[in-house]
Design a protein around this ligand. Structure first.
Ligand code: ZN
Length: 99
């Protein structure tokens, strides 16, 4: 039996395209996105020991297309610093072997 964190890591290794926290919640039947973001923070560190890396498609603003910098925490930002819109397209994650 895999732990929740291991199931998320496995899903991100098998997926063909980056997944958002919301998609991960739906696929693995996890209650809250905050749990997934917290797990991803840990996974991003642990995969480094396995010669893999967590790649992030950064969050962006749905209104002005501002691209957020990839931050230390996986969590999605709340609002756009440029136009103040709260229409934020969530970051997405995928794990690939490190080159
Ligand atoms: Zn914006």
């Amino acid at each position: 039996m895999l732990t929740r964190r291991e199931r998320i890591a496995e899903l991100l290794e098998r997926t063909e395209y980056p997944l958002t926290a919301e998609e991960i919640c739906q696929l693995l039947d996890i209650e809250k996105r905050s749990i997934v973001y917290d797990d991803i923070d840990h996974i991003s560190k642990s995969v480094k020991r396995e010669a893999k890396e967590l790649l992030v498609r950064p969050a962006s603003c749905g209104r002005c297309q501002f691209i957020f910098k990839v931050r230390k925490s996986a969590k999605a930002p709340g609002k756009c610093p440029k136009c103040k819109s709260q229409w934020i397209l969530a970051p997405a994650f995928i794990i690939r072997p490190r080159k």
